[in-house]
Design a protein around this ligand. Structure first.
Ligand code: CA
Length: 356
């Protein structure tokens, strides 16, 4: 196509707002065909759409040089096998959250969230400016993976219950779906934690297989219809105060990229990280209003004494992770000292401001 004709065609198509058509018409050939495997159902709100968005960004920002095809949970490999799949090179990219892989190393949990840990902003500050990402890269190095933060849920909700929680003793004997360290804290408070994939929560709660469940936040919980199976919706999500979602890349595949594409992939993950948090913040209150006003859900705070007792148990549970080896101690010390540092500043900035 002659240059003049190209611009003629480009401008007429651009006027229609269809620039991607122009790219296609010029036959950009991908230099890298990558597969992304995820722990989410395809296009699941917030999480699955976050994975799609990241794939799309990598493709667009690289001018089509990297093509990413996204596979939902179970399409290429089961949800909880994506870590091994990317590690071994079955797929180039994975999208999940680090606490799912605590079976490999339970210190990984610090790279998604821990009970009474950091909020989304604090997590991002720790990862990008406080040495957190370097430690994460070190932690995944032996698994042949390069990790990146690729989303955050913000503070989650405490969960769905069919009875009131007025004291810690109300948690005794309670069978609740609550994964990870939060589950361990519940166990030490006398409850029975169980883990179930998101898609099974509604039926389990409705049929009484479990007494209570946590999931994410109003936007995601409304989508699952959890309000049809429980009466009380407690806050805050003390067990997940700012869960980081991750994208990890096969180390060899990442090393093959030229420097500009490496930076593009890293930049795309940063954009996706911000975008998911914004999506949750912008949608949660609308969903909360629907739950409260249309579905008459009772939104309740955990009593202060319950939170204080859970806090004390959590500190012990989280500290135990640091006792395994020197690296675990290094991650724990880095995380907790950063959290302490930001707390001092938060007290006279965001907390003081929101308390007005
Ligand atoms: Ca959760």
């Amino acid at each position: 196509m002659k240059r003049r004709d190209f611009f003629k065609k480009f401008s007429s198509i651009a006027l229609l707002g269809s620039i991607p058509v122009v790219l296609k018409a010029n036959n950009y050939k991908p230099e890298y065909n990558w597969k992304m495997v995820t722990t989410w159902p395809k296009n699941f709100p917030g999480l699955g759409t976050g994975a799609e968005y990241l794939a799309e960004l990598i493709q667009k920002l690289s001018g089509g040089r990297i093509k990413v095809t996204v596979y939902g949970a179970g399409e290429l490999v089961p949800a909880f096998e994506i870590f091994d799949a990317v590690s071994s090179g079955v797929a180039e990219l994975g999208h999940g959250s680090a606490y799912y892989w605590k079976g490999k190393n339970d210190i990984f949990q610090f790279f998604s969230t821990v009970p009474f840990g950091m909020t989304a902003n604090e997590m991002n500050a720790w990862l990008y400016k406080g040495g957190g990402l370097k430690l994460w890269e070190q932690a995944y190095f032996d698994f042949n993976l390069v990790p990146m933060a690729a989303g955050n849920t913000g503070v989650q909700m405490g969960g769905w219950f069919n009875k009131e929680i007025n004291s810690l003793s109300d948690l005794k004997g309670l069978k609740m779906r609550i994964p990870g360290l939060g589950g361990e804290v519940l166990r030490r408070a006398g409850g029975t934690p169980v883990n179930l994939p998101g898609g099974e929560l509604f039926t389990a709660l409705k049929t009484g297989t479990i007494d209570a469940t946590e999931w994410v936040n109003p936007y995601n919980d409304l989508a699952f219809g959890l309000h049809k199976a429980a009466k009380y919706y407690y806050y805050p999500g003390w067990h997940e105060p700012g869960t980081t979602l991750e994208c990890f890349i096969n180390k060899n595949k990442f090393a093959e990229l030229p420097e500009d594409l490496k930076e593009i992939v890293k930049g795309a993950a940063k954009i996706a990280n911000l975008d998911m948090l914004c999506e949750y913040i912008s949608r949660n209150n609308d969903a909360l209003q629907i739950l409260q006003n249309k579905h008459k859900v009772e939104i309740r705070p955990y009593p202060k004494e319950v939170l204080e007792e859970l806090y004390n148990i959590s500190k012990t549970v989280v500290k135990e992770l640091s006792l395994k080896n020197n690296f675990a101690k290094e991650v724990y010390n880095s995380y907790t000292s950063f959290q302490e540092k930001t707390k001092n500043w938060n007290d006279i900035s965001i907390k003081a401001y929101l308390d007005i």
